[in-house]
Design a protein around this ligand. Structure first.
Ligand code: G3P
Length: 337
């Protein structure tokens, strides 16, 4: 009996020693999929990658982030729907979300921001909150940060020197009311299509040009067909990371704080780089013999007025895109000037 007890004790001792020295078994990481529309190297994709790296670091590997840029998981409306349904957890996009709540369109109100600094203050402040009010409940998505892709400029085949030069021009516009409405105000023939279709529309000669931030003009090589760039700066493109609201609410408080911090820090990095992104793109455009011109004063003033007129899309109670707190949003944005 005594011998059996000693034997059992020895076995227990050996087993516990083995367990102590065995490598710790790590639970498999939870995979977070993020879809986006822009190619590698652009601010949207940089934000997605940096979010992933920061989240993995903060959570010590509890979460693993898989990034799918460049419409790999479908065009923007398809992957927004997948995020709402919880097929994927997150996505990056812009004012396409105005189809879910009109106020989201006001993120890119024409002629609203003077500079990146101005928009940065508004997005870190009350303007962001006012635009977002009620969005998670309504859409099933939560916007967890906001970062700039750049001011939009015209890219065209022929130079745009005067107001007459843009009249009737077949310009690609995103299929979003704020854009189609602004094109109408400018007298442009807006050709609405998703971002992923722009290059083939240029190749087929369906459009005479379009408007995009410098980074898009470079990565999509729009300058090859449209080497005339007119720096109109009429809209600041603001994109964001969105997360499925149910998934977000299901996270333990500590994990949610990691997601929030990763979102905040990744966006801040993009804001900090915005001017440099433009400068690098300008260098690249010049290297490819693109012609970059400032708009004439008459064209600038004309577009500024058109931009201001286009605000009635949100302000007019009779508009299909009426936003109840539109004036409050505009006043708030102006207060950060
Ligand atoms: O935020 C909306 C913006 O992404 C639409 O422009 O040119 O990227 O389709 P684009």
């Amino acid at each position: 009996m005594k011998r059996i007890s000693v034997l059992l004790l020895a076995c227990a001792f050996t087993l516990s020693a083995a367990l102590i020295h065995a490598p710790a078994i790590q639970a498999a990481p939870t995979v977070i999929k993020i879809a986006g529309m822009k190619p590698e190297g652009e601010p949207e994709t940089i934000a997605m990658h940096r979010f992933g790296e920061i989240l993995e670091q903060l959570s010590k590997g509890k979460y693993k982030v898989e990034v799918y840029p460049n419409s790999q998981l479908g065009k923007e409306n398809a992957y927004i729907a997948a995020t709402r349904k919880g097929v994927i957890q997150m996505c990056a996009t812009g004012t396409q979300t105005s189809a879910l709540q009109k106020s989201m369109g006001m993120l890119e109100t024409p002629m609203l921001y003077d500079s990146y600094e101005h928009a940065h203050r508004a997005m870190n402040g009350k303007t962001f909150e006012l635009i977002n009010k009620g969005f998670p409940e309504k859409s099933g998505l939560r916007m967890i940060n906001a970062f700039p892709l750049g001011f939009r400029h015209f890219y065209t085949k022929k130079p745009v020197k005067s107001i007459d030069d843009i009249k009737g021009l077949r310009m690609r516009v995103p299929n979003i009311p704020l854009y189609t409405n602004f094109a109408k105000e400018c007298g442009i023939s807006g050709q609405a299509m998703p971002f992923a279709e722009v290059v083939s529309a240029l190749d087929q000669g369906i459009i005479d040009g379009g408007d995009s931030p410098f980074s898009d003009i470079v990565t999509k090589k729009m300058y090859e067909k449209c080497p005339q760039i007119t720096t109109t700066r009429h809209i600041l493109v603001i994109h964001a990371l969105y997360i499925n609201e149910k998934f977000y609410q299901s996270l333990p408080a500590e994990d949610r704080a990691w997601f929030d911090k990763a979102a905040k820090d990744s966006a801040e990095e993009v804001w900090a780089k915005a001017e440099q992104v433009d400068q690098d793109a300008i260098k690249e455009l010049k290297a490819h013999k693109a012609v970059i011109s400032e708009p004439s004063k008459a064209l600038h003033d004309f577009m500024y007025e058109a931009g201001k007129r286009s605000w009635s899309l949100f302000l007019d109670p009779k508009s299909n895109n009426y936003v109840e707190n539109a004036q409050e949003i505009l006043d708030s944005a102006a207060s950060y000037r």
